[in-house]
Design a protein around this ligand. Structure first.
Ligand code: GLU
Length: 510
């Protein structure tokens, strides 16, 4: 029988969500939506040692910014709550007791010092069938002693009793059937009396069962935990509802080998976190995609293609399109290089889709930051200026470098261009140009262009030199949008003023 699709994103709040975690959340979401299923957000915070304040809010805000919608979970509620594991203490107790009662787990009293000594005495020590009978636990002690120690308040843990020599099969939708022999597994700690909380291992698995999770989709680094998932489901008698697994390929360094790390981002200049993160302890700030000027659609599209493809060459896909095409069939097993330059390309593409009027609104605060009052210009003026340069930008912040001249006359002139284009005759030719412009029948770009080019031809002037000198006076350098589009927007007064300023200030290289 096909089960309803239920997936969960289950981060531990140990710091900011890494971009790899974002991709995991995204694939969970795409798969759930594609299959008419549900997506849960569960916070796995049973390890109080690693808890970082603010991490949970950060995770929720990141998902919201990216448009990854949660159906059930922390911050949303739902029938399987609470969704924070630290609040589910009472729920877990029963499952620990059940395993103990069935002889599938046992109590161990070994202190950290004793474990350390065992590790030092035996190379590659592992708490398992080969060693457990020489340790201090309920398998090696009389029952009365175990009871007395517990009654006396001695700290203990509960360990899972793993039978050696069994092939455990993890059925993974991307990797196929992965077989692991149980002899390599250790008797994992499932519960610690010191915290009166289960460890990640038990809580994660009990919750998957109670929350009716049908697919466990997570990063490849969790593959070693999967056999335990299988064995615990068996121990509890839940095999009929065993989730299907998907272990996603690693995100790799953009250059060279190995796993993508924060250091790669610092070294090559790209964020590895969705939002800016302020470390509550050190106060250090780590860059975020949002604050660095990325659009959430671009980040989603970029991440979706790191490890998956739609089966053809399509690259630009909205969230809805991604949902309609998503399946694990086209998911790769091999790690995906984090080609961050491609992320910029996506951002560029998505910026082109934003209407000029909206981009103009995003540009206004940047204008203000540079001492320009946007209210001095009409909305149409700003939108047209933005529209002319947006083909050259990867980020909204790039607008200033490309469009500043629309709002302030050049204060200086590109020296190389002056050397190349401005000779002793140029002031006189520019003065003539002013006269020509004053007589133009129309300031419309195409009309003005036709008349001015005709004048240059009639005079036998050098087209490139004159047009570049003209541009130099208006823009300050020899680049930018089409010259007569610029002057049409700026209008005659400003254009002529700038040419005059150029004549007065640009000195030809003698
Ligand atoms: N809490 C684990 C994490 O931090 C969850 C792993 C899983 O999805 O099972 O990623």
């Amino acid at each position: 029988m096909e089960r309803p699709v239920v997936v969960r994103f289950a981060p531990s709040p140990t710091g900011p969500l890494h971009i790899g975690g974002v991709r995991t959340a995204l694939y969970n979401y795409l798969f759930a939506r594609r299959n008419g299923g549900k997506m849960l957000l569960r916070i796995e915070d049973t390890d109080s040692q690693r808890f970082v304040p603010g991490a949970e809010d950060y995770i929720i805000e990141s998902l919201k910014w990216l448009g990854i919608e949660i159906d059930e979970g922390v911050g949303h509620g739902g029938p399987h709550g609470p969704y924070r594991q630290s609040e589910r203490r009472d729920i877990y107790r029963k499952y620990v007791d059940q395993l103990l009662k069935d002889g599938k787990a046992y109590i161990a009293f070994d202190t950290p010092e004793e474990l350390e000594a065992a590790r030092n005495a035996t190379p590659n020590f592992q708490y398992d069938s080969t060693t457990r009978m020489s340790m201090r636990n309920s398998l090696t002690m009389p029952a009365e002693e175990v009871e007395k120690r517990i009654a006396d308040g001695e700290k203990f843990v509960v360990r899972f009793l793993i039978e050696p020599g069994r092939d455990v099969v993890v059925d993974d939708l991307v990797r196929g059937k992965v077989t692991i022999n149980s002899s390599v597994l250790d008797d994992k700690v499932l519960y610690k009396s010191a915290d009166d909380l289960p460890t990640y291992h038990l809580a994660n698995i009990v919750d998957d069962h109670l929350m009716e999770v049908s697919h466990v989709i997570r990063g490849e680094e969790w593959l070693p935990s999967a056999p335990l998932h299988v064995l615990l489901y068996e121990a509890f008698g839940w095999t009929d509802t065993m989730p299907r697994f998907v272990h996603l390929p690693l995100l790799l360094k953009p250059d060279g080998k190995g796993k993508l790390s924060k250091r790669d981002g610092d070294r090559l200049g790209f964020p590895v976190f969705p939002l800016e993160w302020h470390d509550p302890k050190s106060g250090a700030i780590s860059a975020g995609y949002r604050e660095n000027g990325y659009l959430p659609q671009a980040v989603v599209n970029f991440l979706a293609l790191l490890g998956w493809n739609p089966g053809d060459d399509t690259e630009i896909m909205s969230m809805d399109e991604l949902i309609s095409k998503f399946s694990f069939e086209h998911c790769s097993k091999a790690g995906a290089k984090f080609a961050y330059e491609k992320g910029k390309w996506f951002n560029h593409q998505y910026l082109q889709q934003i209407p000029d009027e909206e981009l103009a609104e995003l540009f206004k605060p940047i204008l203000e930051k540079h001492g320009i009052n946007p209210a001095d210009y009409s909305d149409e003026y700003i939108a047209s200026a933005v529209g002319m340069v947006k083909g050259r930008i990867n980020f909204v912040s790039d607008l200033w470098d490309n469009a500043a001249f629309f709002f302030q006359a050049p204060e200086s002139y590109d020296a190389k261009a002056v050397k190349k284009r401005w000779n002793a005759e140029m002031p006189a030719i520019m003065a003539e140009l002013i006269e020509q412009l004053k007589q133009l029948k129309s300031w419309k770009s195409a009309d003005a262009e036709a008349e001015i080019l005709q004048w240059i031809a009639d005079k036998g002037y050098h087209l490139g030199n004159v047009m570049n000198a003209f541009r130099l006076t208006v823009v300050g350098e020899c680049k930018g949008p089409h010259m007569f589009d610029i002057t049409e927007l700026m209008g005659p007064d400003e254009t002529i003023k700038r040419i005059q300023k150029g004549i007065d200030n640009i000195k030809a290289d003698e």
